[in-house]
Design a protein around this ligand. Structure first.
Ligand code: OSB
Ligand code: MG
Length: 358
């Protein structure tokens, strides 16, 4: 359990404590691969929670891994197919296996995925603030730190006017908004006002499980719609693109069930000229390092939400921590995730541990 430095507020409420599982996959040669579960304690973002992650991992997914042979990390999502959804549970285990695979091959996780970028551009996601003044100060602080784009969480009552104030003070900054599904088609006329603010995109304005209404909204809005919550797989991606529900996709490894599916979605979008970027789930260092590796793929053309460790935590569980210089993260080239686990820090945050034999 780790406590965020500052509480994070979305259209659904405020969170400050992050509970998650760190999965360590150990081979007989002493290599260790690491994965991180990203579900929250309550099911506001998706139906998964920290508790359902544990239930599904230990009662189903780990059994499948114990009973089957894995020759390549791509085998894992195939083996997990009989288990419906529960993508964040699947991703935590698959991520540890991807890291272990890269370490056994003595290559970086980025290279194992086929990523070529040595540096990645990052933006920052700013939660709903107590006042517009607070927001303007926060935005200014992160622009000064060099973040390449600013994402502002919105909800009814904290949207057009607030974004207009930010746009007036920062005319040239790439700005986007994320509604976490706080609106419906009844808000169409209200949302169309965003078209005057030169936003890079509006993320998930409508239902978390919708792609039909988003297509209707995109048809009358100039601002590109980006889907987050609605996309759980390559199949969802194909359908959303076919319907015209979005012009941009936020790829989150946990939401789509792991790196193999994330890469498939990336490849599909790249072929069709759909821009993608890597979202975040307020991850600790292990999850953060997986996001960095994925973002090295060439289709990740827009800055992601993978900010530096210090934006979230007093102390992270990796060493060195993730640092951002002028909005850029230098991708580590050591084997696997490229960061070492800070065992003392990890132990200090650990509440319980379980071991499974293979
Ligand atoms: O919708 O992208 C989101 C955080 C928690 C849950 C959902 C979202 C977010 C963020 C912040 O926007 C991402 C991050 O900084 O890790
Ligand atoms: Mg989002």
């Amino acid at each position: 359990m780790m406590r965020l430095k500052d509480p994070f507020t979305t259209s659904f409420g405020t969170m400050q404590d992050k509970e998650f599982y760190i999965i360590e996959a150990i081979d007989t040669d002493g290599n260790s691969g690491f994965g991180e579960s990203v579900a929250f304690t309550s099911p506001w973002y998706s139906e998964e929670t920290v508790k359902t992650n544990l239930h599904v991992m230990e009662d189903f997914l780990i059994k499948i891994l114990q009973e089957n042979e894995v020759n390549h990390p791509d085998d894992v999502s195939k083996l997990f197919e009989p288990i419906k959804r529960n993508n964040m549970a699947k991703s935590a285990l698959e991520g540890a296996i991807w890291d272990l695979y890269a370490k056994r091959k003595n290559i970086s996780l980025a290279a194992a995925l086929g990523g070529k970028k040595k540096e990645i551009d990052v933006g920052i996601s700013i939660g709903i603030q107590p006042t517009v003044k607070d927001l303007l100060n926060t935005v200014e602080h992160y622009i000064k730190e060099g973040y390449k784009r600013i994402k502002i969480k919105v909800k009814p009552g904290w949207d057009v006017d607030v974004l207009r104030a930010v746009r007036e003070q920062f005319p040239d900054t790439p700005i986007m908004a994320d509604a976490n599904s706080a609106y419906t088609l009844a808000d169409i006329e209200h949302l169309k006002q965003l078209d005057d603010l030169n936003l890079t995109m509006i993320e998930q304005p409508l239902g978390h499980d919708d792609i039909v209404d988003h297509a209707k909204l995109q048809a009358v809005m100039k601002t590109p719609i980006c889907l987050d919550e609605s996309i759980h797989s390559l199949e969802d991606t194909r359908k959303a693109i076919q319907l015209g529900s979005c012009k941009i996709i936020n790829i989150k490894i946990g939401r789509v069930g792991g790196l193999t599916e994330a890469k498939r979605i990336h490849d599909y979008c790249l072929e069709r000229g759909i821009e993608v970027w890597c979202g975040g789930m307020l991850e600790a260092g292990v999850g953060r390092s997986h996001n960095i590796a994925l973002t090295t793929l060439s289709g990740f053309t827009l800055p992601g939400d993978t900010a530096g460790s210090s934006r979230y935590w007093e102390k992270d569980i990796i060493t060195p921590e993730v640092t951002v210089d002028n909005g850029i993260i230098k991708v580590p080239n050591k084997p696997g995730i490229g960061y070492d686990i800070d065992r003392d820090a990890l132990k200090a945050f650990t509440v319980s541990e379980k071991v499974f034999e293979f």
